[in-house]
Write a protein that binds this ligand. Structure first.
Ligand SMILES: [Zn+2]
Length: 325
């Protein structure tokens, strides 16, 4: 037996571009029955519903064996979602989901309330609930992964915006002159300088200036081995992370001046290279943000890792449940 039987529990699913991660989370934030699979090759919205329902039913079976039940379903997706309607507006990796009421379809099959949220928003909630921002009320959470995601929490509440697409901090412009083209259609976005994809591109672009770099011989450049080269003192890798830190710091200074958050939490895979970009990031923040705000804000690494989205998904479902009672 794990945990008390009168505690609420929700089934959570993090529908990523590469992996589908699922689990059951209880009210104390304990994660049970976690599973991770490749995001299945889906061709229709119904394919996604089928996979989510099968994963939830498996968790139902395991929960029943442990003597408790699952009261709600919460799904997070990497794109723009209409939270009140439970529908997908746009998920670039799964274009056939546009306009689909995913929460409604899953709720209908599983006969329980279901909720849909954006993955970076959920990660921000996860960090506030069980991570680096515990007891904070106003924060910005950046997720530096394949892209750059963002979640903004003001006075304890996620800021969704008038049309459900707020907190796209990865698409604020940090390089107006000759900025690299971004997938969003703009140029010079933070995402093209601070994501894992950007680290690889910047390394490749700067390579010819560093003929003695160990990255000259790496046939496959990944952000992970560029990070390892940086830790080993490779000048090319160090230069790329210094640049990345500058761009990130410019973005953070903008966020600090506009929102005056208590804390900025930085997660995602690129966060592992914190020691390589921290100094340049902090210098830009101190040079560009209002001194009072820059002194008071705490800029910290995320603590929940890959679980931030799952935890946040659970927390928004528990909160919704309380609001509707
Ligand atoms: Zn962009």
């Amino acid at each position: 037996m794990t945990g008390s039987t009168d505690m609420r529990r929700v089934f959570v699913a993090d529908l990523g571009g590469t992996h589908l991660r699922t689990a059951v989370v209880d009210e104390s934030g304990r994660i049970q029955f976690r599973a991770k699979q490749q995001t299945p090759p889906a061709e229709s919205a119904q394919d996604i519903v089928t996979v989510l329902v099968a994963a939830a039913r498996e968790c139902d079976r395991q929960s029943a064996a442990a003597g408790f039940s699952i009261s709600a379903i919460s799904v997070v997706a990497p794109g723009t979602v209409n939270v009140p309607a439970g529908s997908i507006i746009k998920v670039p990796n799964l274009p056939f989901l546009s306009g689909f009421n995913l929460a409604g379809a899953v709720s209908h099959e599983l006969k329980r309330p279901a909720l849909l949220e954006n993955d970076a928003n959920a990660a921000a909630v996860g960090e506030m609930w069980r991570g680096a921002a515990r007891s904070r009320r106003s924060l910005v959470c950046l997720t530096l992964g394949t892209g750059v995601g963002g979640g903004i929490i003001l006075d304890g509440k996620l800021w969704h915006g008038a049309h459900h697409a707020a907190a796209e901090v990865g698409h604020m412009c940090v390089e107006p002159f000759g900025g690299v083209t971004c997938t969003c259609g703009s140029r010079g976005c933070l995402e093209v300088y601070a994501s894992a994809t950007a680290i690889v591109r910047m390394t490749s672009e700067a390579r010819s200036r560093y003929p003695h770099s160990r990255l000259q011989t790496d046939s496959e450049l990944t952000s992970e081995n560029i990070f390892r080269a940086g830790v080993a003192g490779d000048e090319l890798a160090l230069e790329v992370f210094r640049q990345m830190g500058v761009y990130l710091g410019i973005g953070l200074a903008n966020l600090i001046n506009i929102l005056n958050p208590e804390m900025i939490v930085i997660g995602g895979g690129v966060m592992n290279a914190w020691q390589l970009f921290e100094k340049d990031m902090n210098r830009e923040v101190n040079e560009r943000a209002f001194p009072l705000l820059a002194d008071l804000v705490k800029i910290v690494p995320a603590e929940c890792g890959d679980d931030a989205g799952l935890l946040g998904a659970a927390k928004v479902a528990f909160d919704r449940d309380e609001e509707t009672q």
